[in-house]
Design a protein around this ligand. Structure first.
Ligand code: NAD
Ligand code: UDP
Length: 307
């Protein structure tokens, strides 16, 4: 993230599919919690390629060694099996805190958001490291403002089935800002919107990974509710997925989950202004990359399974 900025905190910046990394620097010591996961492992690739020494801390709850295996043997890379709900002592310059069961099927089981974030903020405070929290568009709940700006406070049901994630991330943001105000920790908060791509968990219940895996396995595509919900990739993605893999794919309608946001799309004006950031890979380019990764993982080398 930007390093020339003299202010210690920038207003949260929306990010669709990519964490803004800002100016290239050499030789930082960096911890990436959740670095064996989908987003984390891509971040690790980026940090290693810019010359940082990276320690991945992951309990492999949803992450996989395979996602970072290509760095094994690199002296700038270390992998620690550790649950961030337990404290951790390390000396680093920056902490990217991603560890969190991020998909609806996983996030109900774990206090990672609150306790893990508290531990990592404590670490940041003790060693004077800069801290980045990967928050989520879910902090807006089922938004009443569209598209969503950073200044919008959201519409979250505090006692609903999704609230452990939504409120967990909101609490994580609160903790980050309290550590900033109270202890001078430099913090960054990236509210990430629905992201898809290679290395995503195959069966984590998210819409793009579900549709890609279902289409490859010749199963019906499961549409929850009436299928009119939108996300930052909008529901045109439903159509594009089907076209890309199997135009004949069947569709199965299922009841939607409670409190599912109806409409969601980021207003990225500030990200463009402050970071010069905007997404570059559209669905038609990105989806085939994800499809070939999923095809490889589902069918391995068996060509007959592929379409
Ligand atoms: P992921 O499940 O692939 O990665 C999460 C990683 O955290 C996994 O490697 C998992 O093993 C690890 N982890 C979970 N609990 C842990 C714990 N207690 N201790 C140590 N490691 C732990 O999910 P992802 O999609 O890569 O998400 C990464 C981050 O980005 C999360 O914080 C998530 O909330 C945020 N995010 C992702 C999206 C998205 O669309 N992918 C959207 C919004 C926010
Ligand atoms: N969804 C769907 N079929 C699926 C999985 C999800 O229709 O197999 C819907 C879901 O109800 C939601 C949208 O797709 O409206 C995005 O869901 P996802 O879990 O991917 O992301 P989130 O709800 O966290 O934005």
């Amino acid at each position: 993230w930007p390093t020339t900025n003299t202010r210690s905190y920038d207003v949260a910046v929306h990010s669709v599919g990519k964490i803004p990394l800002g100016i290239k620097r050499k030789g930082l010591r960096v911890v990436v919690t959740g670095g064996a996961g989908f987003v984390g492992s891509h971040l690790v690739d980026r940090l290693i390629s810019r010359g940082d020494s990276v320690i991945v801390v992951d309990n492999f709850f949803t992450g996989r060694k395979e996602n970072v295996m290509h760095h094994f043997g690199n002296p700038n890379f270390e992998l620690l099996r550790h649950d961030v709900v337990e404290p951790l002592l390390l000396e680093v310059d920056q902490i990217y805190h991603l560890a969190c069961p991020a998909s609806p099927v996983h996030y109900k089981f774990n206090p990672t958001n609150v306790v893990g974030t508290l531990n990592m903020l404590g670490l940041a405070k003790r060693i004077g490291a800069r801290f980045l929290l990967t928050s989520t568009s879910e902090v807006y709940g089922d938004p009443l403002q569209h598209p969503q700006k950073e200044t919008y406070w959201g519409n979250v049901n505090p006692i609903g089935v999704r609230s452990c994630y939504d409120e967990g991330k909101r609490t994580a943001e609160t903790l980050a800002m309290d550590y900033h105000r109270g202890a001078g920790v430099e913090v960054r908060i990236a509210r990430i919107f629905n992201t898809y791509g290679p290395r995503m968990c195959l069966d984590d219940g998210r819409v793009v990974s579900n549709f890609v895996a279902q289409a490859l396995r010749k199963e019906a595509l499961t549409v929850y509710g009436d299928g009119k919900q939108t996300r930052s990739f909008q529901y045109v993605s439903d159509l594009v997925v089907q076209e890309t893999i199997d135009p004949e794919a069947k569709i199965e309608y299922r009841p939607n989950t409670e409190d599912d946001p109806h409409k969601r799309k980021p207003d990225i004006t500030r990200a463009k202004e402050l970071l010069g950031w905007e997404p570059k890979v559209d669905l038609r380019k990105g989806l085939p990359l994800m499809v070939s990764d999923f095809r490889q993982r589902i069918f391995g080398d068996q060509k007959e399974g592929a379409t």
